[in-house]
Design a binder for this molecule. Structure first.
Ligand code: MTE
Length: 305
């Protein structure tokens, strides 16, 4: 498959927001007809922009990134990640499951029907974007490997290749980048493995060829360029939590009531609106509370932040 860089894609080829929105409405209709709109996941995903939220322009989504393997500046990934080779690419799914496997990205694309999901991405740095993703529920992939009863968490790993990822030659994090979810979070219908955005193959800087998207958590949970997914019994070590446990919790649910030690999480700014725009109020679970709050019933979310 030919992989095109965003720079090679003519603006005329990018799905314009109106067309995208029409398609989304169509999908909404289809889901309603199929009786699926009642699913907590489907409803919350498709109503994300009902409050008048428009998708962030593709230039911002692809030029304002966090991907430390390619540098710490927001523009660095859009420049340096272009050299990352994403075909062939395979993902190992192992650990506490009956049918572990290694599966190539082409097989993943052929096997799992791609859906469109408009999700807010809220970064811990108090900015946000609205991104039209393509992808499929992580649950579909996990069900296929048949997790055992000991699988209580899911651990994810990014490619470790300092040759291709110059940031890994520096000790910012203990590489490779690692993330984790509790099994019920991983199985939730809102949890997506993304393979594209705005109708195009996922740009390298956004985590090609496969990245996680967990819309109710701070952006650092959404690990990019995944090569390994392991079902595990104990809470896995995660990159930012290992680096600064007081600043980045394992759960990382978007929570305006729990400030980052160095700044407030009550509001955020939308990338693309400019610095003069009024900050937006941050909602618990990034606005997806109706769908996901039951996962945390009875938990002290200040302690488990
Ligand atoms: N995944 C890897 N492998 N390396 C990273 O540095 N940064 C995280 C997350 N996934 C990161 C990563 C952070 S902090 C955020 S906010 C999101 O990716 C940003 O995703 P985006 O650049 O597609 O908006």
């Amino acid at each position: 498959m030919l992989i095109r860089k965003p720079a090679d894609i003519a603006p005329s080829e990018i799905t314009p927001p109106e067309v995208w929105r029409r398609r989304r409405d169509l999908l909404k209709g289809t889901l309603a007809l199929a009786g699926l709109a009642a699913l907590p996941g489907a409803g919350a995903a498709l109503s994300a922009d009902d409050g008048g939220e428009t998708p962030t322009a593709i230039e911002h989504i692809t030029q304002y990134n966090n991907f430390y393997e390619f540098g710490a500046g927001k523009r660095d990934p859009s420049i340096h990640a272009q050299a990352l080779v994403t075909r062939p690419w395979s993902i190992r799914i192992d650990g506490e499951c009956e049918a572990p496997r290694e599966i190539g990205i082409e097989d993943i694309l052929a096997r799992y029907p791609q859906e469109e999901r408009l999700y807010r991405l809220r970064c811990v740095e108090a900015w946000a974007m609205v991104i039209p993703w393509q992808g499929f529920p992580l649950a579909s992939l996990l069900k296929d490997v048949r997790p055992t009863s000991r699988a209580r968490y899911v651990a994810f790993e990014t490619l470790h290749d300092p040759e291709q990822m110059p940031g890994q030659r520096r000790g910012v994090l203990d590489w490779p980048y690692r993330e984790g979810l509790r099994i019920d979070e991983a199985m939730h219908p809102l949890t997506l493995l993304a393979t594209g955005l705005y109708g195009e193959t996922l740009p390298n800087q956004n985590g090609a060829p496969l990245r996680l998207v967990v819309p109710w958590k701070y952006g650092f949970k959404s690990i990019k360029s995944i090569v390994r997914i392991s079902l595990v019994e104990n809470q896995p070590v995660t990159a930012w939590n290992a680096r600064q446990p007081g600043e980045y919790g394992f759960y990382a649910n978007v929570n305006p009531a729990v400030d980052h030690p160095r700044w407030s999480q009550k509001t955020h700014r939308m990338i693309g609106e400019g610095l003069l725009a009024k900050p937006r109020e941050t909602l618990p679970f990034n606005g997806y509370g109706e769908a996901v709050a039951p996962l945390y019933a009875g938990m002290d979310l200040r302690r488990f932040f």
